[in-house]
Design a protein around this ligand. Structure first.
Ligand code: 13P
Length: 248
C-alpha cells in the first residue's frame, strides 16, 4: 500500500519572513490527512520551517545537496548540514538544475548515494523536453535517466527514493500533461524499476507527477493508478492552494 505523497517545491521563492507567514497559515488550515506532505524550500528557509512544523507531520525538504562529505566546495551544502537542521527530504536532479547548473545523471547518482547513507529521503526528478516528446524518444530518455541515476543503488535503498516525473514542457507553463500522458510515463517508470529491481521493490516506490499541478487538476492526476503523488511548484507558494491540492 503506497501512501500518497504531495510535496511543494518553492524553488527560489520566499524569504524567512514569507516562509514563516506561509507556515503559520498552512498549520491553521492543515488538519492532518491520509496524504504525506512536505515543503521543499530554499536552504535559508529550512531551519524556520523545521521549527514551525515541529509536532506536525508536515515534512521539510531541501532542493539540492552536494555529494561530498565535506570539503572546499564554495557555495555548496552537505548532507550532514541538512541532517543537522532536521530536513526529511531532498530533491535531486530537478530539470532546472540539469538545465542551468550542469546537473548530470552521474551527479544525480552520487547525490542519491550520499543521501542514502543518512536519513534524508531523496526525491529524484526525471522527465523529457518537448523536443524529445515530439521526436518520440521520451521513453528512451527517461529510461536512461533512471538507469544511470540509479546505478549501483540497492533494492532496499530504492524503496526510500521518491521518483518525480516532471515533463519539462509542463513545468511553469500552465500546460499540464494529460492524466493519460502522466499515467503512461509513470507506469513506464514502474516497469523500468521492475526490470532494474523486482516487482516487490517497484510496487513500493512512490512516483509523483509534477508540472503545473493546481487545485483544479489535482484530483484527476491523483486518481491515476500509477501516480502516487505530486511535486507542486507555483501552486505550493500559497497555503490555501497547496492545502486544496492535498485535499484533492
Ligand atoms: P510548476 O508546478 O510551477 O509547473 O512546477 C513544477 C515543478 O517544477 C516542481 O518541481
Amino acid at each position: 500500500m503506497r501512501i500518497p505523497f504531495i510535496a511543494g517545491n518553492w524553488k527560489m521563492f520566499k524569504t524567512r519572513a514569507e516562509a514563516e507567514a506561509f507556515a503559520l497559515e498552512f498549520k491553521e488550515l492543515y488538519q492532518g490527512t491520509d496524504v504525506r506532505t512536505a515543503i521543499c524550500a530554499p536552504f535559508t528557509d529550512l531551519a524556520t520551517l523545521v521549527k514551525l512544523f515541529e509536532g506536525t507531520d508536515i515534512g521539510v525538504g531541501a532542493q539540492n545537496v552536494h555529494f561530498a562529505e565535506d570539503g572546499a566546495y564554495t557555495g555548496e551544502i552537505s548532507v550532514r548540514m541538512l541532517e543537522d537542521i532536521g530536513v526529511d527530504y531532498c530533491i535531486v536532479g530537478h530539470s532546472e538544475r540539469r538545465q542551468y547548473f550542469a546537473e548530470t545523471n552521474e551527479t544525480v547518482n552520487l547525490k542519491l548515494k550520499k543521501l542514502l547513507e543518512g536519513s534524508i529521503r531523496p526525491i529524484m526528478c526525471c522527465g523529457e523536453s518537448l523536443e524529445q516528446r515530439d521526436a518520440g524518444v521520451l521513453f528512451d530518455f527517461v529510461k536512461e535517466q533512471l538507469v544511470e541515476g540509479l546505478a549501483g543503488i540497492s533494492a532496499d535503498d530504492m524503496k526510500k527514493i521518491v521518483i518525480a516525473y516532471e515533463p519539462i514542457w509542463a513545468i511553469g507553463t500552465g500546460r499540464t500533461a494529460s492524466p493519460e500522458q502522466a499515467e503512461e510515463m509513470c507506469a513506464f517508470i514502474r516497469q523500468i524499476l521492475i526490470e532494474l529491481y523486482d516487482e516487490e521493490t517497484a510496487d513500493e516506490v512512490i512516483i509523483q507527477y509534477g508540472g503545473s499541478v493546481k487545485p483544479a487538476n489535482a484530483t484527476e492526476i491523483m486518481n491515476q493508478d500509477e501516480i502516487d503523488g505530486a511535486l507542486v511548484g507555483g501552486a505550493s507558494l500559497k497555503a490555501a492552494d497547496f492545502m486544496q491540492i492535498i485535499d484533492f
